[in-house]
Every structure is written in C-alpha cells, then in structure tokens.
Ligand binder design. Structure first.
Ligand SMILES: [Zn+2]
Length: 186
C-alpha cells in the first residue's frame, strides 16, 4: 500500500508531464503545441498538487507567471528584476503560503523554476510559468489539519483559483480553491 501511494502522485499528476513537455519544447519552432498545453495556461488559474505521506509533505505549484509576478516577459528593467526577486523570496516561504503552521514542518528541499528566473532572454510573446516544488519534513503530521491558501491568495491577488489535487491520510481529493474558499482538509 505504501509503495502504491508513493507511486501514485506522479502517475496522477499531469503537471509533471506538462512541465517536461514545455521544457523540451523548442521555443523557435512555430505552431507546435504539444498536448494542448496552452489550454492549461489560463491567467488567474493555477494548479497545486499535494501529497502527505507519513512525515513527508510534497507540494507542487504550477502557475502562470502573470498570477505571481504580474508579467511574463523576460525582466527588462531594474523594477522588473526587483519584482521577480520579491516573488522568489515569497515563494521561498511555503509554510506561510500554504498555511502549514501546524505539523512542525521544515523545508527539506525546494525548487523554483521559471524562464523569468533565467538570465537567458526568451521570446517576448511567449507565456511564462512558475513551477515551485517543495518537500517538507513534518515531525507532527497528525497535527496538519488543512491546507490554507489564504496567504497565497492575499500575496498574489491576481490568482483567482487554484485547482488542488491532494493525496493524504483520507485519500485523494480534487478541489478548486478560491479566496472565498481557501482551505482543504488533509
Ligand atoms: Zn500567460
């Protein structure tokens, strides 16, 4: 059962596949859209996958950069770069963003990926996304009652809805969270 649970998320999560496809995508090649990935990029909408397995909590957030930064072009001014840096700092605080004060969790690893974080320039007309992947170790996972995205919605008000897939002690749930309904029980 444990092995099955561990294997599930990456089979279930279309994000991992979409992410891999977008990374393989040749930006200079026109008219080549794999798997309808443009449909998945809707400004205002984001996706969050969460897995709580024993003391391990994994979170994977995929969002149009527009929702978090307010633009998707390569940073071209000092103000742009400052904005991107501020967003990176905020994304480095998953306990605050996802309402994880309980559970005695510490961040074991985190990865923040976006074309906006790279120095290499990209096509100005291209959409950009931000991908954040966190792994937390929670000493008291039984005290984790819920995900609470209130702080995320507050800090990034251009984010209107987040499609959440959660796998926890009570099984799998798929729910759309909004500023008006920002919590989901584990
Ligand atoms: Zn976009």
């Amino acid at each position: 059962m444990r092995r099955l649970l561990l294997a599930l998320p990456f089979a279930l999560l279309p994000l991992a596949i979409a992410q891999a496809a977008s990374h393989d995508h040749d930006h200079d090649e026109p008219g080549h859209v794999e798997g309808g990935s443009l449909d998945a990029h809707e400004h205002g909408a984001a996706q969050l996958n969460a897995l709580l397995d024993g003391q391990r909590l994994e979170l994977e957030l995929e969002s149009p950069a527009m929702n978090l930064v307010g633009f998707e072009h390569a940073p071209s001014s000092a103000a742009d770069r400052a904005k991107v840096a501020a967003v990176r700092r905020q994304l480095g605080q998953p306990q605050e963003l996802f309402g994880l004060a309980a559970g005695d969790c510490v961040v074991a690893t985190q990865e923040l990926e976006s074309a906006l974080f790279e120095t290499e320039q990209h096509d100005a007309s291209e959409h950009s996304e931000i991908h954040a992947h966190y792994r937390l170790d929670c000493q008291q996972p039984g005290e984790l009652q819920q995900l609470d995205l209130s702080e995320l919605f507050k800090r990034f008000p251009a984010t209107e809805k987040i499609q959440v897939q959660l796998i926890g002690p009570n099984g799998q749930q798929g729910v759309e969270l909004t500023p008006a309904k920002a919590t989901l029980d584990f």
